[in-house]
Design a protein around this ligand. Structure first.
Ligand SMILES: [Zn+2]
Length: 119
């Protein structure tokens, strides 16, 4: 189970709605299994979120994973998602349209679903 601060969830929902129908992407900051902040990186919002520049990720932050949105009701990781998970931390969130607390899912590096507890 992963933990996530309520304000982080709220920020994710707002951001995902703002960029809809494009995809929102951000890194997750925190410690171990607790997500405490969004670490926004320069990214190209679009159908393929993988074009952000890893060299611009702030290195003083403790990056533990990623969050991205799907502009569809499908919040399962795609093949491309699974391929990118391993290189970008251990916690990966996907939020699907219409972007509510109920449409956020958490996965580990292999794409196994994990419980997410709001704190
Ligand atoms: Zn995806």
């Amino acid at each position: 189970m992963y933990k996530i601060k309520n304000e982080v969830i709220e920020s994710i929902i707002i951001a995902a709605r703002n960029v809809y129908p494009d995809e929102f992407f951000s890194m997750l900051g925190g410690t171990e299994d607790k997500i405490t902040e969004l670490v926004i990186v320069p990214a190209t919002f679009g159908e393929n979120f993988s074009s952000y520049r890893l060299d611009l990720v702030p290195f003083d932050k403790n990056i533990i994973g990623t969050i991205h949105s799907h502009p569809s009701p499908n919040n399962n990781p795609s093949r491309a998602d699974l391929e990118s998970f391993a290189a970008k931390g251990k916690i990966h969130l996907i939020i699907s349209h219409p972007y509510t607390l109920d449409t956020i899912r958490a996965y580990d590096t292999e794409g196994n679903r994990k419980q997410l507890k709001v704190i």
